[in-house]
Design a protein. Structure first.
Length: 197
């Protein structure tokens, strides 16, 4: 065991967080131990506590980092002078890219958030609900403008986000198209299904 290996762009804490995301994805938050995390980082378990306070803190950091990233992007998209269908496409492309490029942390945020402690659990649930309502409002604006089919906006958001969470299967596939092709095909299907014919 030695020092945590870092590159010029990442701090020791960043390395611990990324390794924790990988471990939580592979084993689930509850089954993962700090000892296993220390082994994957390459230090004694006690050394981890120089950088983080607990396993709970790691889950909190991962979940809210991901949630805040999506919320910040939503702010940008909502403020843009583009049509509703273009805004939906921007949001979907962002989700797909995050699932491809930052898979472990997005997966943990999407699947393991229920293990957050209060008040973080309630705050996280509220942030998720608010995000989905904002997404649905964009779709409703598109319906009103006539560019999006008359559908239930909240249901459409759930279907699209669940479809994107299915990228987990793409990661496991041994014979897969590249990330850009995946993005274009998903956009073609999801956006194509919303547009008025």
């Amino acid at each position: 065991m030695g020092r945590i290996q870092v590159d010029n762009k990442a701090s020791r804490k960043d390395v611990i967080i990324q390794k924790a995301a990988t471990l939580f994805k592979e084993k689930g938050y509850q089954a993962a131990s700090m000892r296993e995390l220390a082994e994957s980082v390459g230090v004694e378990a006690a050394s981890l506590y120089n950088h983080i306070h607990s396993k709970t803190e790691l889950l909190h950091i991962i979940c809210f980092h991901v949630a805040n990233t999506f919320t910040d992007h939503m702010d940008i998209v909502e403020a843009s002078k583009t049509s509703a269908i273009e805004k939906v496409e921007q949001l979907l492309r962002f989700h797909i890219k995050r699932m491809v490029q930052d898979y472990e942390q997005v997966y943990v945020s999407d699947r393991e958030w229920k293990h957050l402690a209060e008040p973080y659990l309630s705050n996280f649930q509220n942030q998720r609900r608010t995000y989905r309502k904002r997404f649905a409002s964009i779709i409703q604006a598109g319906i009103k403008a006539g560019s999006i089919k008359k559908i239930d906006a909240a249901t459409a958001v759930l279907i699209m986000l669940h479809a994107i969470s299915g990228i987990e299967s793409w990661h496991r596939s041994k014979a897969k198209i590249n990330g850009k092709e995946l993005e274009e095909q998903m956009i073609s299907i999801l956006i194509g299904g919303l547009k008025q014919s």
